[in-house]
Write a new protein. Structure first.
Length: 87
């Protein structure tokens, strides 16, 4: 079984984005980052994957929408993040 792909949509100079990436980096998680500062097709992709989401970061583990930095940190505090990342 392979681990799910982690995708994070970010914007330049976003402190919440930096915090989420730092947590993932500390856990040794590889992720794909899409900078949507200037909009474009990746912003549209984010909004189609997370309807109603207008803030960044938006984090996905596989097809699971985690939410933002606060939700990612909450999963870590609750001890649920590792299981989600393991698939």
């Amino acid at each position: 079984m392979s681990t799910p792909q982690v995708t994070i949509y970010t914007k330049f100079t976003c402190g919440f984005c930096a915090r989420a990436k730092r947590l993932l980096d500390e856990k040794g998680v590889e992720y794909t980052e899409h900078d949507i500062t200037m909009g474009g097709p990746k912003r549209d992709e984010m909004q189609s994957r997370a309807p109603g989401a207008r803030t960044v970061p938006q984090i996905f583990v596989g097809d699971t929408h985690v939410g933002g930095s606060d939700e990612l940190a909450a999963l870590e505090r609750e001890g649920k993040l590792d299981a989600l990342l393991a698939g």
